[in-house]
Design a protein around this ligand. Sequence first.
Ligand code: SAM
Length: 230
Amino acid sequence: MTYSVSPIGFVRSCFKEKFAIPRQPQLAPAARGVLELVAPFDQGDAVQGLEHVSHVWLLFLFHQALEDKPRLKVRPPRLGGNKSMGVFATRATHRPNGIGQSVVRLEKVEAGKLWLSGIDLLDGTPVLDIKPYVPYADSLPHARNDMASGAPEAIAVIWADTALVQAHGHATRLAEPLVELIEQCLAQDPRPAYQVPVPEREYGVRFWDVEVRWHYPQAGTIRVMEVVLG
Ligand code: SAM
């Protein structure tokens, strides 16, 4: 039996590639985007009442990780990428039906547009549904997950003087909290766990329309070297 679903909208996000997107929402509160609804949901009626809600659940498609062959086991980055686990025990992107879910902050609502922050979604992500966060039902203080009991440990992010000036300049031009976005995302240490960082090796990613380059001057520290138009 098959069912078909259609997106109710698409996310315009600060994240232009999968690399360096936090593993879950809320880890980078400065990560912002706009959910643009498509017809018929782009009318005010569909979002009426959302002004009473601070956070929403988004159900979406991992459109850049869809696969024909289902995987039963996956290697979550959280476990270092070398330990496999049943797909249903993880939040891996490769999963049956490719459906993801994120709870994100709703900053502003207009007919056809939802301004979001704290997102972990790639630019262009198709959204299947929106549901209001319901604190009494969705927050479970005594719930446990022994594989992911707390947020990943953040590492130190320092700046080359010129890079910080560049970042502030682009933040003003974009009217976005770019310095915070870079610090919050890089503090998650986006490097694949199997790569031992050497100071000479440079990494890069695009946020909004800028390219951010960094290296690891020593273990446990990221130094932002450059923030330039991508
Ligand atoms: N919060 C969601 C969940 O639990 O279902 C997503 C968790 S998943 C581990 C987060 C990762 O999904 C991000 O680091 C990013 O690389 C990836 N991602 C985000 N949007 C995507 C998309 N549209 N297609 C493929 N991968 C995506």
